[in-house]
Design a protein around this ligand. Sequence first.
Ligand code: ZN
Length: 435
Amino acid sequence: MIQNDRRALDARDAGAELHRLVAALYPYCRSTTGNGVRATLRHLQELIPLALHEVPSGTRVLDWTVPREWNIKDAYVKDDQGRRVIDFQQSNLHVAGYSMPVSTVMPLAELRRHLITLPDRPDWVPFRTLHAKDDWAFCLSHRALLALEDGQYEVCIDATLEPGALTYGEYFLPGASSDEVLVSTHVCHPSLCNDNLSGIAVATHVARALAGLSRRRYSYRFLFVPATIGSIAWLAANEPNLGRIKHGLVVACVGDAGRPTYKRTRRGNADVDRAVLHVLKNSGRDHEIVDFVPYGYDERQYCSPGFDLPVGCLSRTPNGRFPEYHTSADNLEFVRPECLAESYSTCLAVFDVLENNRVYLNQNPKGEPHLGSRGLYRGYPHTDADDLALLWVLNLSDGRHRLLDIAERSGTSFASIKRAADRLLATGLLVEAGA
Ligand code: ZN
């Protein structure tokens, strides 16, 4: 089991460790481009040897163009007493991403056109990114807006928007086969915990756990990319090698208290779909499976029809379906250690299934082999789940069924089927097909 490896998080403090990483990354002002993403990825380099890639602004990537790079040092709105009534130093959410630099004085009536609030959530600060060119905006709580009095305000956004690069991180972990498992998470949101830091933390520690395995069947490729344009840039640069990707998961919004949700690949019944369904079903916990829709995170790009990669999306409450989504309420309290830990162990369990989903051959297929004489079977009236698993593995190990097929058909957990296969292998009753 991957969980037992030396670099895997101990089950007792996995949640605390994952939450610590979320908290450490919380202050960085990430955006689609810029130094906040670089600082985040460099922080992750302390845990995994991420390679940082820079794609210059203006590069054509599929049907898109890499934008100018946005960086911000400071921003504020000061009242006529010189007090910062909106202050980037208090929260990076206060400035809309990709705001143009500005330094001016204006009356409240004019300033209001650049202020974004959530009237129905008056204490929360919204998160926004501007897509219109040459605009700027501050985000603040509606209550703070109502407290602003008429008068002149000094407005400053000390930012740059100029040719630079888009940065993404990639960690390739070789396995016995060049066939790959892709894990992708987005890194373009500022101080928001569930919507992006939870995925970053879980993907990083899953990578560490897999790196610690003495043997991997698959190679693993972890991508930490700005949403949409980042995965598109990666796909554009790696198109000749996409055939190696046999399974994939986008990991996002995996720290809230909602039940686990899995969105199927576009194919609908890929091995990764079956593996995740099996793990969630056998967890005994509430969960939800949804069909692919061309909306959400970067699975939209991986599953675009020209690629149609087998990449699903693991989350808890999906994006846009929790009120805290894209607001200051998606904070360190909103993501829970135990939920992060559950998402982490779900990912590892899924990869455990994919790693061990092999085909075996029963070496004594004519009649049941005598298990009792081999010390394998207690039999009636003691027949238990492990005994039944032995019988299922022997019966279906005809060269046409993999272990996940056997687990599904028998209604037994993959772990139990795997254990049975290992016991049978040890007696020579089973051999791996093609081995
Ligand atoms: Zn988002």
